[in-house]
Design a protein around this ligand. Structure first.
Ligand SMILES: Cc1ncc(COP(=O)(O)O)c(C=O)c1O
Length: 477
């Protein structure tokens, strides 16, 4: 007979960092290095978090891009508690629905730039990508074109970690060792509209279902679209009858200075994939926003059920939290704040481009910044990235290296200018500590969009009318 000890919650030590070993299998981790060296984050307030050893950090990455409104928002906890005490969740399958879910769907439909938008809820971004891959293929099947099944994606792209998203990934290391995932996916150069057109023509437009595109590439290294890129690829898809899917899991709900990147760049996408900022991560939730023209064959085929959905699709408590989170974003004018901080983050990060170790700074599109380390330095010394992150932690800044060797800067929207400056200073000093020297360089490689001004501040004109075009007016705060 087993004599395993029964544990109660209080038997477990809390807040213990650097335990000899852990049973928690960390996502995206080298467990041989992590085991016994965990950083346990215990609490958060605004743009700051505190670890179990008492250290306080500026949250330079909004956790994983998701915390827009800041940590410790009582209002969101109260929204969750109120909903849980009424009805935590129920099944939304078939004809059943929970009330906050209906209200959130109406709200997102109204916020979406798509005509007659319908909303399919998921538990997060990877679910949204999986749903979208199935939805676009099924759309063509319903339209009597079942051969249209190819999906085209870009290198550097990150589309989550479900099987479909892994297959779509443009970051090769994320695919390694998983066998063949989906044979009908083609990956193209991230910045080449010509390659998109050529690939569609080579495969045959009548065999391609959709082009998946992050308007601003996120986890692949924060790459804003090159000037004119989005206009061109959108036109190519339209001309050839290919669906356009905007993966806005990072850019949705304000991160690029408008409610959606799709509004800022006038994309009129067939599908918008969203998650993260929808709830600021207070509860997991995602949403696929679907243009009415794509929903049409699904909604108007009597007797045909789409057998797709998740247990937590439209989870009532997550929906209540999303509503409260959107209330905060609107009431406190947080997207306006992102617009105001765009030139600031640019101005603060750009001088770091003078470091010998730095390849490129990309900043000034929304509250996003990347400090990319020279690839040759990372190739010669794979410890450089982890050591840089360690130096940043010693200076009270918490973030990570992105897939291309860039330091991620994507703080909560409520961050103060002083804290932004502290992040930049910490990156500067940490690079210096690792032996990098700053030398004035005549040109900095900063991606500026055509609607950006290369004014002294290095930011871009907040006068662009597409910015904030989709942001509801706010009152106070
Ligand atoms: C563009 C993009 N798509 C999809 C995902 C997957 O989202 P999740 O991790 O919530 O499954 C992410 C996550 O970072 C993302 O950045």
């Amino acid at each position: 007979m087993s004599c395993r000890r029964r544990y109660a919650t209080h038997d477990y030590p809390v807040g213990v960092s650097n335990r000899a070993s852990t049973t928690f299998w960390h996502p995206f981790a080298d467990m041989s290095a992590v085991n016994g060296h965990e950083l346990v984050v215990m609490s958060g307030d605004g743009a700051r978090v505190r670890a179990s050893d008492g250290r306080e950090f500026i949250d330079a990455s909004a956790a994983l891009w998701f915390n827009s409104v800041g940590h410790g928002r009582k209002e969101l906890a109260e929204a969750a508690a109120a909903q849980m005490m009424t009805l935590a969740a129920y099944s939304n399958f078939g004809d059943q629905a929970t009330e906050p879910t209906l209200r959130l769907a109406d709200r997102l439909s109204a916020l979406s730039p798509q005509d007659d938008c319908k909303v399919f809820f998921t538990s997060g971004g990877s679910d949204a990508v999986d749903t979208a891959v199935k939805m676009v293929r099924r759309y063509w099947w319903l339209k009597g074109e079942p051969d249209r099944s190819w999906i085209i994606t870009r290198n550097r792209a990150y589309h989550g970690m479900h099987m479909a998203g892994t297959a779509l990934a443009g970051i090769p290391a994320n695919k390694d060792g998983h066998g063949e995932l989906d044979s009908r996916v083609r990956n193209i150069q991230w910045d080449s509209p010509a390659e998109l057109a050529a690939t569609i023509d080579e495969l045959g437009a009548d065999r391609v279902a959709a082009f998946f595109c992050e308007p601003v590439i996120g986890a692949g290294g924060i790459y804003p679209p090159p000037p004119g890129y989005l206009d061109e690829v959108r036109a190519i898809c339209r001309e050839r009858g290919i669906l356009f899917v905007a993966d806005e899991v990072i850019t949705g709900y304000g991160r690029v200075g408008s409610m959606f990147a799709s509004t800022r760049w006038s994309l009129d996408p067939d599908l918008i994939l969203s998650a993260k900022g929808l709830t600021s991560g207070y509860l997991p939730m995602g949403a696929v926003l679907v243009a009415g023209r794509i929903a049409e064959p699904f909604w108007n085929s009597p007797g045909v059920m789409w057998r797709h959905g998740y247990t937590y699709s439209g989870h009532a408590t997550a929906a209540a939290v999303a509503m409260a989170n959107l209330d905060i974003i609107e009431r406190e004018g947080l997207i306006e704040r992102v617009v105001a901080l765009q030139p600031v983050i640019s101005r603060l990060l750009n001088p770091i481009g003078q470091h010998g170790a730095v390849h490129e700074i990309r900043a000034g599109v929304g509250l996003l910044g990347a400090v990319q380390i020279k690839p040759e330095i990372l190739a010669a010394d794979p410890t450089f990235g982890p050591r840089l992150i360690g130096q940043l932690r010693e200076r009270g800044v918490l973030t990570r290296m992105l897939a291309d060797g860039s330091v991620q800067v994507s703080p909560p929207f409520i961050i103060s200018e002083d804290d932004l400056a502290s992040i930049a200073k910490a990156i500067d000093e940490s690079l210096g500590e690792l032996g990098s020297v700053r030398q004035p360089r005549p040109t900095l490689h900063v991606n500026l969009l055509p609607d950006q001004t290369s004014d002294e501040a290095g930011g871009f004109g907040s006068s662009d009318e597409r910015l904030l075009a989709d942001v509801p007016p706010h009152h106070g705060g």
